[in-house]
Design a protein around this ligand. Structure first.
Ligand code: GDP
Length: 187
């Protein structure tokens, strides 16, 4: 399975109007999203791995096997963000999802294995539910700790019929990659 960078959008009018099925990937800043994208596609330069969380608010589009579009959504969790980007996140992302809802087939929701769900996570999950987007939970950094069953159960219960399962991922121990690739292949 291969991925090619397609484009980044910083404003609504830069979002490409493509009809391919879309998979969204999201998590709080610093959850390990860029690392996972690079590890999954074995391409260390695909997504920028940044040490400073949440500098830019952009949507990044990648073609997967020239058939699907993977859309990397900006991390939420805005502690270090400028006021202006905090305010821009909601309408920008919501507008994109509402506009392209028919083509969105899956959300990859990344949760750091060391963390419990925050109020912000719960607000976000509630929004996913309203938008009826199927969700695959990915626990990141599983080499550090075993992910919490409570977190998993809570998300599963919250999402009910939209729940697509859970994958434990670690780039350090090369864990979860094959499971996630198999899942994406069957789409
Ligand atoms: P992003 O902000 O969500 O894109 O997060 P990054 O990919 O930049 O990762 C944030 C930090 O977590 C970096 O220091 C990574 O090296 C680290 N990290 C990412 N994945 C893993 C993992 O599977 N295991 C461990 N131990 N660290 C990880």
């Amino acid at each position: 399975m291969k991925a090619d960078f397609f484009c980044s959008a910083y404003r609504a009018n830069q979002i490409p109007q493509r009809k391919e099925p879309k998979i969204l990937i999201i998590g709080r800043s610093n959850v390990g999203k860029s690392s996972l994208i690079n590890h999954l596609f074995q391409n260390s330069t695909l997504a920028r791995v940044s040490k400073k969380p949440g500098k830019t608010v952009s949507l990044n589009f990648y073609f997967v096997n020239n058939r699907l579009l993977l859309v990397d959504l900006p991390g939420y969790g805005f502690a270090k963000k400028a006021r202006s980007s905090k305010e821009a996140w909601g309408p920008f992302i919501e507008g994109f999802v509402e506009d392209q809802q028919e083509e969105i087939i899956l959300m990859l929701f990344l949760v750091d294995s060391r963390r419990e769900l925050s109020a912000e996570d719960l607000t976000f999950l509630n929004w996913i539910k309203i938008k009826k987007i199927p969700l695959l939970l990915i626990f990141t950094k599983c080499d550090k700790v075993k992910p919490s069953l409570t977190v998993k159960n809570k998300i599963q219960k919250e999402l009910s019929s939209l729940w697509q399962g859970c994958i434990e991922y670690s780039i350090k121990q090369d864990q979860g990659r094959q499971s996630l690739l198999s899942y994406l292949k069957q789409l």
